[in-house]
Design a protein around this ligand. Structure first.
Ligand code: ADP
Ligand code: MG
Length: 418
């Protein structure tokens, strides 16, 4: 199962953390003079909605309460902007911010919270101008305008007219260069990050920069390309890298195994071969030794466990096998810090959830310090009701991956220097 040579013991590779730590040079909400000012806060209220348009999980709104309370205490008037879903540059009625507006009113019962029907234009500007101290104004979904995603500067300038100070508290969107997260910063003198962004940056960067060792990274899910970037940065820094989920099959190909009809990224096989060959560091890479396969994900008539050397032509790999679960648990039991990004199988289906569930339960029951990154991984932890047992669940999938790749988030980079 061990993919590279464990007897080769060399030093950890020195990493350059300057990109990750650059946020410390940026202004936080505490460094800005916001008293009595009108503040535009970029939040990420991209909440899940059911068919009736009801919010099924309002944590993204709840997570911004500390920032909003701070601003209310400072007598600010607050303009809020967030995207919701993917309307694709046109008005989509089901993606209006109305459910978010209702939820905000529940969270802030004593505060007058208004909502506009657009996010730019004369009417919106007037409503913003008339906003009083300790009132809030929620803008309509900026993705109703094609300019938002294009980071259009004219559009960003129009948004900037609505306030004096800009605060970014949208961690989950901080890896994107869009008008309301990036372009807009050109038009504000005073701009900094809020408490949610601060907490995320502090937690995630310290896990990479000063890991408790042994430090184990679990990578799964199916975004092979994104996650290989994490391997590239953490090789030589982490003690162990465990690969499972849909990621693993491209690794099997790199090792010369057949994978039947399982997910793969053929463009990444050569890169993986390089990682597996590289023995200039002491990071051990582990891949599954057995997996669960089926014949049809939606309607499985056959589900069985096979060693990775025995995957049939018609098989689809859907979870890690029991031997692998035990082997991974052994590595985790010797770990002091675990960063987990990507489920071990198609956990959304009961038949294929065991690998993800067993690993999650093991981490919580053994009180192993665990950080969860990745939207689907967080959903898995919630599904198994284990969210209270882990040290930290990041609210940003792509943004947390970027930090684990050693990158600076663009929406943070454009904030004011201290
Ligand atoms: P995260 O959001 O945690 O970063 P990804 O987005 O990369 O994770 O991938 C999550 C998805 O990967 C889940 O929906 C899960 O069903 C899927 N997945 C996990 N294992 C497999 C597999 N063996 N084959 C196909 N999909 C898988
Ligand atoms: Mg995902």
């Amino acid at each position: 199962m061990l993919a590279n040579n464990p007897s080769k013991q060399t030093k950890h590779i020195e990493r350059d953390f300057s990109n990750i730590l650059k946020y410390k040079e940026k202004k936080s909400i505490r460094d800005l003079n916001v008293r009595n000012k009108q503040v535009l806060v970029r939040v990420d209220y991209n909440v899940p909605l059911d068919e009736k348009g009801k919010i099924t999980d309002s944590r993204r709104i709840k997570n911004t309460i500390p920032t909003l309370n701070y601003l209310l205490d400072q007598n600010c008037s607050i303009v809020l902007i967030s995207h919701l879903g993917r309307p694709g540059g046109k008005i989509v009625e089901s993606l209006r911010m109305n459910p978010v507006h209702e939820k905000l009113k529940e969270f802030f019962p004593g505060v007058n919270i208004l909502k506009t029907d657009d996010c730019i234009g004369e009417e919106v500007q007037n409503e913003a101008k008339n906003l009083k101290e300790r009132e809030m104004l929620l803008l309509e979904n900026p993705r109703f305008h094609i300019e938002e995603k294009k980071n259009d500067l004219d559009f960003a300038e129009k948004l900037s007219r609505l306030a004096d100070v800009y605060i970014d508290d949208a961690f989950a969107t901080a890896h994107r260069k869009q008008a309301s997260t990036y372009g807009i910063c050109s038009f504000f003198e005073e701009k900094g990050f809020g408490f949610l962004v601060e907490k995320e940056l502090e937690f995630l960067s310290s896990c990479i920069e000063q890991p408790q060792r042994p430090f184990t990274v679990i990578l799964g899910g199916k975004k092979v390309k994104d996650k290989l970037g994490v391997i590239k940065y953490l090789i030589g820094l982490a003690d162990n890298i465990i690969v499972g989920g849909g990621m693993a099959y491209t690794f099997f190909l790199a090792k010369g195994y057949q994978i039947g009809r399982s997910v793969k990224d053929l463009s990444k096989v050569e890169e993986i071969k390089e990682y597996l060959k590289d023995d200039t560091h002491e990071t051990k890479i582990y891949i599954p030794k057995d997996i669960l396969v089926c014949d049809d994900i939606d309607d499985p008539k056959m589900i069985k466990s096979v060693p990775i050397s025995d995957i049939g032509e018609n098989d689809i790999g859907v979870d890690i096998g029991t031997e692998t679960i035990d082997a991974f648990k052994k590595i985790l039991s010797q770990s002091k810090q675990v960063v987990w990004n990507g489920p071990m199988g198609i956990f959304e289906k009961k038949e294929f959830e065991k690998g993800t569930k067993e690993i999650a339960k093991f981490l919580v029951e053994n009180e192993i310090f665990t950080i969860i990154g990745g939207g689907d991984s967080a959903a898995a932890i919630e599904k198994f009701n284990l969210q209270d047992g882990v040290a930290f669940i990041s609210t940003g999938g792509g943004a947390s991956l970027d930090i684990m790749k050693g990158s600076l988030l663009p929406a943070i980079d454009c904030l004011s220097d201290k």
